[in-house]
Write a protein that binds this ligand. Structure first.
Ligand SMILES: Cc1cc2nc3c(=O)[nH]c(=O)nc-3n(C[C@H](O)[C@H](O)[C@H](O)COP(=O)(O)OP(=O)(O)OC[C@H]3O[C@@H](n4cnc5c(N)ncnc54)[C@H](O)[C@@H]3O)c2cc1C
Length: 286
């Protein structure tokens, strides 16, 4: 199928982009890498009157280390993020997740901001942002800038805190605590597909005592879910077989999965527990 007719605008800077969104409101859609938006148009699942192409907006690009974290311009592609050694050091969880996003050709065009704005519940970047407690910088022409925490940004499947006249300008990933260990895995039907079930784990503290833990799973509900019970079962303990059993038991109790077209909720629930056990086992001291 072919996309319905639309007007195409290619603003030269952020002010011009925001002015276009302000002028056209809900009739306009920002275009980032187009890796999700263009298929959606071609399938006629959306029909915006105006596409505002962000390719030339330099203010939306760049990876910068600032106070308290790394700031990723919304138009940073997956490929640029993967190729930046500073990012691999500052946000190792993101580095582990990126190779799971689609295929190299898509990673050259697709952007971190586009993925966050899309808010696909089975996507890797929203899950990593949730696990890292990322902050999202948004801007509209009328109301100026605002910053929204990950837990408030993702509001459901394909739903975020963004208003129609607003752009996501950057994602800020806070610095990891010293000595943090992270693990990431996902099960996909084929390499490069979205996750059936995916898990992010962060553990802070030495091998003999975990003092902070984060467990996030995605592909299981309408957005990536933090699992505070599984995390709490690990805190204050050595990561041994008993602690891993307790974390998996807590996960089984607290996780409420939603099935999808291919996978029943009960299957996802089982897979989520298996995945958490595997990740914790890889992080456990010998
Ligand atoms: C074959 C295939 C396989 C894929 N597999 C995966 C996968 O395994 N995992 C995964 O995560 N993704 C996957 N994707 C999707 C890919 O990651 C997309 O690139 C990504 O989800 C959207 O990024 P984009 O830059 O292409 O955004 P676009 O498609 O341009 O935009 C997506 C949405 O975000 C909005 N938007 C974009 N930028 C902004 C902004 N700065 N401010 C406000 N709104 C904005 C757009 O208006 C649109 O609604 C796949 C895509 C394809 C085609």
């Amino acid at each position: 199928m072919k996309a319905p007719a639309f007007a195409y605008c290619r603003p030269r800077d952020l002010d011009e982009a925001l002015a276009l969104l302000d002028q056209h409101g809900a009739d306009a859609r920002p275009l980032a890498g187009g890796q999700s938006l263009l298929p959606v148009l071609h399938l006629r699942l959306a029909a915006p009157a105006v596409l505002v192409d962000l390719q030339d907006v330099a203010a939306l690009r760049g990876i910068a280390r600032g106070e308290g974290g790394v700031r990723l311009g919304a138009m940073t592609t997956y490929h640029e993020a993967q190729a930046d050694p500073r990012l691999a050091a500052a946000a190792p969880l993101l580095a582990l997740a990126l190779p799971h996003v689609a295929h190299p050709a898509i990673r050259h065009r697709g952007t971190l901001g586009g993925s966050a704005a899309l808010a696909d519940p089975a996507a890797e970047v929203p899950a990593v942002c949730t696990a890292l407690a990322a902050r999202f910088e948004l801007r509209s022409r009328r109301r100026g800038p605002r910053t929204v925490a990950a837990e408030d940004f993702f509001q459901g499947a394909f739903s975020t805190a963004l208003d129609p006249d607003e752009l996501l300008t950057a994602i800020v990933l806070p610095d990891a605590p010293p000595g943090e260990r992270v693990a990431f895995d996902e099960l996909a039907r084929r390499r490069g597909d979205y996750a059936v079930v995916g898990t992010c784990v962060r553990l802070a503290g030495g091998p003999d005592r975990i003092h902070d833990a984060t467990v996030v799973q995605f592909g299981v509900a309408d957005r990536a879910l933090r699992l505070p019970g599984a995390a709490a079962a690990l805190c204050g303990r050595r990561l041994d077989a008993e602690a891993i059993d307790d974390a998996c038991a807590a996960l089984r109790d607290e996780l409420r999965c939603e099935g999808d077209l291919h996978t029943a909720a009960a299957t996802k629930h089982h897979l989520a527990t298996v995945q958490l056990r595997r990740l914790l086992t890889t992080l456990a001291p010998p």
